[in-house]
Design a protein around this ligand. Sequence first.
Ligand SMILES: NC(=O)c1ccc[n+]([C@@H]2O[C@H](COP(=O)([O-])OP(=O)(O)OC[C@H]3O[C@@H](n4cnc5c(N)ncnc54)[C@H](OP(=O)(O)O)[C@@H]3O)[C@@H](O)[C@H]2O)c1
Length: 272
Amino acid sequence: MAYFSNKLAFITGGSSGIGLALARKLFSYGANLIIIARNSAKLEDARRDIEQFRVSSGQFIRCLSADVSSSADLSHVIQQAIKEFGTPDILINSAGIISCDYFGNISSDSFDAVMKINLYGTRNMIAEVLPAMKKRGGHIVIISSAAGLMGMCGYTAYGTSKFALVGFAECLRGELKQQGIHLTIVCPPEVDTPMLLDEMKTIPSEIRILKNMSGQLKPEFVAAQVLRAVARKKFMVVPGFRAKWLWYTQRLTPALFRFSSDMIIKWGLRRK
Ligand SMILES: NC(=O)c1ccc[n+]([C@@H]2O[C@H](COP(=O)([O-])OP(=O)(O)OC[C@H]3O[C@@H](n4cnc5c(N)ncnc54)[C@H](OP(=O)(O)O)[C@@H]3O)[C@@H](O)[C@H]2O)c1
């Protein structure tokens, strides 16, 4: 896509999963990249992987190690990057962690960690780039989740953080529009990434059955949908036919949606 050629993209969570798939694709379209995550070794592996998609000798990728939930840490790293490499044309917020278990099994610390990384991490990152982006426009992408559109049992921490991101995006969109900045919120169903390995440790089997309803996507498919939406300046993206269909059903007949979910969980519990 010529649209992304020579653009500068900052990608939080760019060392893995959806963020990495977006980085590969953007690099293959001629963009320059700053990828941000905590683990330096994983960032370096990702950089080597993304290099294979280079299309021009002038392109660059830089890795920045930072925790998006720590605003002081992040501020130093991002302001330095803006000084050195310029204001991003595109900011993609993909950094996030999962939690799936019944509410009583989620400690207060785990709940806090999910909110601090998924919600406040996104808020912190946007707050860091916004003053520079306001001067010349740009595009901000927030990766929420289908769990941020449809309430699912087991996702009290994760779903709360992702619903909050949808609300945050709805409120921020109108403000940014006046400043020449576009915003895209992405709500994918399950995506085949390393995050699922974390989820597998705690997800109850009956919730697994419910989750199967929305299907599983490949990160490359989600990345392609996101970049198409950015090029078209689309606000909301729900990738995948099944997730879209469930979302429409839930909006049209919320009581039926809740009844069906309850029946699936009841059936799953009986099978245990
Ligand atoms: N996979 C799914 O089924 C799915 C579905 C819907 C939405 N999503 C959302 O999509 C986004 C990406 O998920 P994914 O599946 O690609 O997960 P992933 O493969 O586990 O990647 C998560 C990325 O976020 C980084 N990260 C985590 N905590 C961070 C922090 N505090 N500061 C900076 N970077 C941090 C990780 O690197 P470090 O650990 O090194 O920091 C990693 O690069 C998340 O927001 C997730 O909630 C995922």
